[in-house]
Design a protein around this ligand. Structure first.
Ligand SMILES: Nc1ncnc2c1ncn2[C@@H]1O[C@H](COP(=O)(O)OP(=O)(O)OP(=O)(O)O)[C@@H](O)[C@H]1O
Ligand SMILES: [Mg+2]
Length: 392
């Protein structure tokens, strides 16, 4: 097919041509927007899932909805590590300053808006994020202690109070939320809790790896009841079929049922893989309807592409020692391994592997779904490792 017309979009955070299977989350967020308008409380949302399932594109979709309703909204992509934690705070302050600028005009002359800008200015000062003037003096008695938990609570309170007068809300979208440091994570949970008690329309909507809910619960035990937790994963068969068919259909092309069958299997109905194999199908097909023979060729092209991009971009980040660890894990397949069985396979004690395990978690290659367990962050990683092993 004509390469320039290829409708699929394999990549990171690239809006898919057809966003399948996320109606539940979209409806839940729509409800939050509607309830806020009626001055009812709602809950923030946490989207948890493996790499490449579509968390970022869903978060962006929800963000678009908040924008459409003219909420005060900011998005932060959390960065890990010590440098990341300073950066995350500054980015938050800066993004808030940018977002709040539209409330500096004379249409928002009320006292609550003035206070919102004064508190935000103070918050930014205390985080060392100056530069964008909101045209008011800082109120140093609000959000100016230098203690993020208190400051964030003051800040979200004053911002949400102002937004409530407009029957709109204030939302912080956070991608890669598992990478936030404990202090900021706890502060956000506390602020969310406080807003609920004060009946203020402030919400955190976060996306991250499947261990994010447990990270939140560790930060504050009440986090469990604070958010609407959603697992973002593989698509249902019907949704996966739509993801393949609808974009092709819009370009006037179609799949034979046999071709679809092949691609449903090889993609495992994972959103990223669907885009990769759909794109390969477009390249392989000579005419429409696409045949199963074309689909077999597309499977090979797609797999080769994953094996030369998606998987090695992770594998190559691991040291030899870490690769041994990953290889030992691969025997258990997709469901993850217990740390102790990995240790047994490597002929050593669990404690000796602690640093390797921590480094792999730090690099985002594995995560701990439960106490004493580890799993790959990427679907299909164990099969990739086995394939490689076989090739060696
Ligand atoms: N609902 C969906 N239907 C079809 N394709 C989708 C869907 N959601 C995402 N995709 C596609 O999947 C790919 C990955 O999406 P995205 O980057 O949002 O995943 P992610 O979960 O944020 O991954 P990571 O954890 O690596 O950041 C993109 O190519 C995107 O177009
Ligand atoms: Mg993402």
């Amino acid at each position: 097919m004509e390469p320039a017309l290829n409708p699929y979009s394999p990549g990171s955070g690239l809006q898919p041509p057809f966003l399948a299977g996320r109606e539940g989350e979209i409806e839940a967020f729509d409800l939050l927007l509607a309830r806020t308008k009626l001055q009812y409380q709602g809950r923030g949302m946490i989207l948890g899932g493996l790499r490449g399932v579509g968390k970022t594109v869903l978060l962006n979709k929800l963000r678009g909805m908040a924008r459409h309703h003219e909420w005060l909204e900011v998005k932060l992509e959390a960065r890990p590590g010590a440098a990341g934690s300073i950066d995350n705070r500054k980015t938050l302050a800066r993004e808030l300053q940018v977002a709040a600028r539209r409330f500096t005009t004379s249409s928002y002359a009320g006292e609550k808006f003035k206070q919102m800008l004064r508190t935000l200015t103070s918050f930014s000062l205390s985080l060392g994020a100056q530069g964008i003037s909101l045209g008011v003096e800082a109120d140093l008695t609000r959000a100016g202690t230098g203690q993020i938990e208190i400051d964030l609570r003051d800040l979200t309170e004053d911002l949400a109070r102002a937004m409530r007068t407009l029957r709109r809300g204030f939302v912080i979208f956070i991608d890669e939320m598992q990478d936030l440091d404990n202090e900021l994570l706890s502060a956000l949970v506390t602020a969310q809790h406080h807003a609920g008690q004060e009946e203020l329309p402030f919400y955190v909507v976060g996306a991250g790896l499947p261990n994010l809910p447990s990270r939140l619960a560790e930060a504050r035990s009440y986090a469990e009841r604070l958010f609407d937790y959603r697992v973002i994963g593989t698509l249902e068969a019907k949704e996966a079929i739509d993801s393949f068919q609808i974009p092709a259909g819009r370009a006037g092309q179609e799949y034979s049922p046999e071709a679809l069958e092949v691609l449903l299997n090889v993609s495992g109905r994972y959103p990223y893989f669907i885009q990769e194999f759909g794109s390969a199908m477009w390249e392989a097909a000579q005419e429409s309807p696409f045949t199963d023979v074309d689909a077999e060729i597309a499977s090979k092209i797609g797999l080769q592409r994953l094996d030369s991009g998606f998987f090695p971009s992770r594998w190559d980040r691991a040291t030899p020692r870490e690769r041994q660890y990953l290889t030992a894990m691969a025997q258990d397949g997709e469901d993850g391994s217990s740390s102790s069985s990995v240790a047994t396979r490597l002929g050593t004690a669990v404690q000796n592997l602690g640093p390797t395990r921590a480094q792999l978690i730090g690099k985002g290659l594995i995560f701990s779904p439960d106490h004493g367990r580890v799993a790959f962050t990427v679907p299909g990683m164990s099969a990739y490792i086995e394939r490689q092993h076989f090739a060696d």
